[in-house]
Design a protein around this ligand. Structure first.
Ligand SMILES: Cc1cc2nc3c(=O)[nH]c(=O)nc-3n(C[C@H](O)[C@H](O)[C@H](O)COP(=O)(O)OP(=O)(O)OC[C@H]3O[C@@H](n4cnc5c(N)ncnc54)[C@H](O)[C@@H]3O)c2cc1C
Length: 321
C-alpha cells in the first residue's frame, strides 16, 4: 500500500524545471509564495540542458557574446533556488485534479502534492520524432542530441532535418568531424540565416529535397553508409556515414494533459486565455507549451506572467482591486 504525504500544501506547484518553470518559480518564491517545482529529469534547465548544453545561445538578451545552454540553465536554476523555491527531480507528473476552488492535486509517479495554484511549464516535448527508415535500426550511432561532442571526432556525420536543431548541430560538430552532410526533405531550410551561413562556411554539405532510402551496415552490424534519393528526380546517391543525427522535430506529449481535462490546440499546445489560465481555473500554463514563438526569452517572460497572475489570485493584493 502506498501512503501519500498530504501534509505539505504549496501555494504554487510548477511542473517542469525548464526556462519557463525556473523563471516562474523564482518569481513566485520572491513574492513570498510557497513554491514547489517538479521535474521529471534528474537535472534542471529543460531543453538547453537536455538537447544543446554546449551550444552557444546567441539570441538571448543580455549576453553579447552568447552563453552556453548549460550555463544559462545553471543560472536560472540558482535564481529559483536562491529565491527559496523547492525543487524535486526525477519525478514525473502524471495527472492534475481540481479538488475545489483553492486546491489542486498533483499526482506524480511517487507521490501526491497539493497546491492552491498550478503552473504547467512542461515544454511542448523533448521526445524526438523518429525516421521511418530507421524503424528496424537503432544502433549506437543514431543520435537525437549531443551528449558528448568527442563521440563525433573524426566521423562522417549525416544530419537529417532542415531546421535550427539540424543546422546548430552541424555547426557545433563540424570542428571535430571528418565531414558533415545535411539532408533536407524540403526545397529550402528553415533554420536561421546566420546559422545556415556558418554551416556553409564550415564546408557542411547540404542536399535539399532528399530523403534517406536505405541504411547500410558493415559486417559488425554498425552503421556504415546511407543511401539517399532526390525526391523529385529519384536519383540515388550513397555516402559514408559513421553517425546519423536525426533532427526532424518533436512529438507533442498529449496524454497527461488530456487526461487532466485540459483543452489542447491542434499542435498539442495548451489553450490559455490572456492571463495564461487554462480552461481549468487555477491551472496556468507558460513557455513552449503555450505558444507559437518558442524561444527562451519568451518562455521566461510567460513564466513570469503566469507567476504574477497566480500571485494575484492567491493574495488578491488591495492595490490591484
Ligand atoms: C535544438 C533546439 C535549439 C534551440 N535553440 C534556441 C536558442 O538558441 N535560443 C532560444 O532562445 N531558444 C532556443 N530553443 C528553444 C528553447 O529551448 C525553448 O523555447 C525553451 O527551452 C522553452 O522552455 P520551457 O521551459 O517552456 O520548456 P522546456 O525547455 O522544454 O522545459 C520543460 C521541462 O519540463 C519537464 N517536464 C515535461 N513533462 C513533465 C512532467 N510530466 N513532469 C515533470 N516534468 C516534466 C521537462 O523534462 C523539461 O525539463 C531551441 C530549441 C531546440 C529544440
Amino acid at each position: 500500500m502506498i501512503f501519500y504525504d498530504y501534509s505539505i500544501m504549496y501555494d504554487v506547484i510548477i511542473i517542469g524545471a525548464g526556462p519557463a518553470g525556473l523563471t516562474s518559480a523564482a518569481n513566485t518564491a520572491y513574492r513570498g509564495l510557497k513554491t514547489l517545482v517538479i521535474e521529471k529529469q534528474d537535472v534542471p534547465g529543460g531543453l538547453p540542458t537536455l538537447l544543446y548544453p554546449d551550444k552557444i545561445i546567441r539570441d538571448h538578451p543580455g549576453f553579447p557574446i552568447g552563453i552556453l545552454g548549460k550555463e544559462l540553465s545553471r543560472m536560472l536554476f540558482m535564481q529559483a533556488k536562491n529565491a527559496g523555491a523547492e525543487i524535486k527531480f526525477d519525478e514525473e507528473v502524471l495527472g492534475l485534479k481540481k479538488k475545489n476552488e483553492d486546491l489542486i492535486e498533483v499526482k506524480t509517479i511517487q507521490d501526491v502534492y497539493e497546491g492552491r495554484r498550478v503552473i504547467l511549464c512542461t515544454g511542448i516535448s523533448n521526445m524526438s520524432k523518429k525516421l521511418e527508415v530507421l524503424r528496424d535500426y537503432s544502433g549506437p550511432n543514431v543520435h537525437y542530441n549531443i551528449e558528448n561532442i568527442s563521440d563525433f571526432k573524426g566521423k562522417s556525420v549525416i544530419i537529417v532535418g532542415g531546421g535550427d536543431h539540424a543546422f546548430d548541430t552541424a555547426v557545433q560538430v563540424s570542428d571535430v568531424t571528418k565531414s558533415v552532410t545535411i539532408l533536407i526533405k524540403d526545397k529550402y531550410a528553415k533554420a536561421k540565416e546566420n546559422t545556415i551561413r556558418l554551416a556553409e562556411e564550415q564546408n557542411v554539405k547540404i542536399f535539399y529535397n532528399t530523403e534517406i532510402v536505405k541504411v547500410l551496415k558493415d559486417t559488425t552490424g554498425l552503421l556504415n553508409e546511407v543511401q539517399f534519393s532526390n525526391r523529385e528526380t529519384g536519383e540515388k546517391e550513397v555516402v559514408d556515414a559513421d553517425k546519423l543525427f536525426i533532427a526532424i522535430g518533436f512529438e507533442p506529449v498529449r496524454r497527461f494533459l488530456e487526461n487532466s481535462g485540459l483543452d489542447l490546440l491542434k499542435d498539442g499546445s495548451v489553450k490559455v486565455d490572456e492571463h495564461l489560465q487554462t480552461n481549468i481555473g487555477g491551472i496556468f500554463a507558460a513557455g513552449d507549451i503555450t505558444g507559437e514563438v518558442r524561444i527562451i526569452v519568451v518562455a521566461c517572460a510567460k513564466g513570469i506572467m503566469a507567476a504574477v497572475y497566480a500571485f494575484e489570485q492567491i493574495k488578491q493584493p488591495y492595490w490591484l482591486h
